[in-house]
Design a protein around this ligand. Structure first.
Ligand SMILES: Cc1ncc(COP(=O)(O)O)c(C=O)c1O
Length: 434
């Protein structure tokens, strides 16, 4: 099945597809392994997007395939209210891994729904309160409530639930909203967050909801101290702290969770993407002092999906046994050093940032004005693709100027070498045209 399609079948299939993303390069992927993808023409790509940042242990990891195959023979779908061995194994594993005292898990299949689950549980635990406070470049998904708490598309189509959301500037030090510099700024953005909480105390703040490293909005990482300050502020004002670790979880930042990297325990942690080695799974892990969901409040038809649960159990083992977290940290140092050297040579590279393999390179037309080089970033991604390297880009539909290097943690040293040399070649060409 699916060995090939005629041109007509391809074209009619494409025509019938309603795309909600924007900017499809027209590549048909037929095979994937580790950090590599192959298209229907046989062309090979090194994947620095980990397929929407989900393949931390690489594509088609043999242990995942084996676990899923074994489960396929037993049961492919089990209703929400029944138990299964994969379900109970994973809840136990996740609560052992999760930071601090987070020890209750609720599953679903998509990160957006998991973020919404976190919002629902927070609302339940702060009855009568009105606002979520979120950061300007944060991203939490694409269902209606999570669109309301995500970065603002300049062409907004949906504006539901926004009356319950307050947005504040994050510690985006490269483009500080307060025109200050870290560390002499004394984290004015954190002070502003506290002031916002105080000003809206009467109507009540449900939670501060944030990504520990912002992905979609611009691959923005914050000074570690910012994280600790936000936690202190939330504690001081009895506001819940939700960390959306859908992108940062399961090794992406060189630790199992960013919570470990930044030494912060949120009240609710949202996970998704890489948890199940390429199978769909997401959810929340929460402090058990929070009031849990009651009957009927958060259960979904496929939330107990045994294939994904089995895949997740072995994904966690693989991350540890193959020492992928350590590998991720080492590759971070090598890649960042290489890119910072390039930055000295090429004016278009405004900023290089990020922990682990969550690396962002912000392109600018001019170092002084920092005018975003959006067209150039899109061009770089396109040129690299022609050369067999798939980079990510911040913001969908070609709206961003941050190129992302976020490959599977199993990427080989030779593959990293090729990625960096393609990046350099393309930057060089684009720099000449700016
Ligand atoms: C931080 C974060 N939260 C939530 C989501 C939504 O996840 P999904 O696309 O699985 O619904 C994403 C997806 O990119 C994300 O990066």
């Amino acid at each position: 099945m699916f060995e090939t399609l005629t041109l007509e079948e391809i074209l009619t299939g494409r025509k019938a597809l309603m795309d909600g993303w924007g900017g499809r390069p027209g590549i048909i992927i037929t095979r994937a392994k580790g950090a590599k993808l192959w298209d229907s023409e046989g062309k090979e790509y090194i994947d620095c997007t980990s397929q929407a940042f989900s393949l931390n242990i690489g594509a088609n990891h043999p242990r995942v395939i084996e676990a899923v195959r074994e489960q396929l023979e037993k049961a492919t779908h089990i209703a929400y209210h029944l138990d299964s061995f994969p379900l109970l194994t994973l809840t136990r594993k996740l609560t052992q891994l999760a930071p601090g005292d987070l020890n209750r898990v609720n599953f679903c299949l998509e990160g957006s729904l998991a973020s919404e689950s976190a919002m629902k549980l927070a609302i339940k635990n702060r009855p009568g309160c009105k606002y979520f406070i979120v950061f300007e470049h944060g991203y939490h998904g694409r269902n209606l409530p999570t669109m309301a708490v995500s970065w603002t598309d300049p062409r907004p189509s949906f504006s539901y639930f926004k009356e319950n959301v307050i947005k504040v500037p994050e510690a985006y030090c490269y483009r500080c909203k307060f025109n200050l510099s870290y560390p002499s700024c004394n984290l004015e953005c954190a002070r502003f967050l506290e002031e916002t909480i105080e000003k809206n105390k009467k109507e009540g703040i449900i939670a501060v909801m944030m990504e520990p490293v912002q992905g979609n909005g611009g691959q923005i990482s914050f000074p570690p101290e910012f994280h600790q300050k936000v936690r202190e502020i939330c504690d001081r004002h009895n506001v819940l702290l939700i960390w959306d670790e859908v992108q940062t979880g399961f090794g992406r930042v060189g630790k199992m969770f960013a919570a470990e990297l930044y030494k912060v325990v949120p009240d609710i942690l949202v996970f998704g993407k890489a948890v199940a080695g390429g199978f769909p799974l997401a959810g929340i892990v929460v402090r058990d002092k929070l009031k849990p969901f009651d009957a009927g409040e958060n259960a979904f038809t496929f939330a107990h999906f045994p294939l994904s649960l089995a895949a997740a159990c072995v994904t966690i083992d693989v991350l540890r046994e193959e020492k992928l977290l350590e590998r991720c940290e080492r590759l971070n140092q090598e890649i960042i050093t290489y890119l910072r050297n390039l930055q000295e040579k090429y004016e278009i590279i405004g900023d290089v940032r990020g922990p682990g393999l969550a690396i962002g390179i912000e392109l600018v037309k001019d170092r002084d004005t920092k005018e975003p080089a959006v067209k150039e970033a899109n061009e770089l991604v396109k040129m690299s693709l022609e050369r067999g390297v798939m980079f990510g880009i911040s913001k969908y539909a070609g709206l961003g100027n941050v190129v992302k290097i976020k490959p599977p943690l199993v990427i080989t040293d030779e593959e990293v070498e090729k990625v960096l040399s393609v990046f350099k070649e393309c930057v060089e060409k684009i720099q000449k045209r700016v």
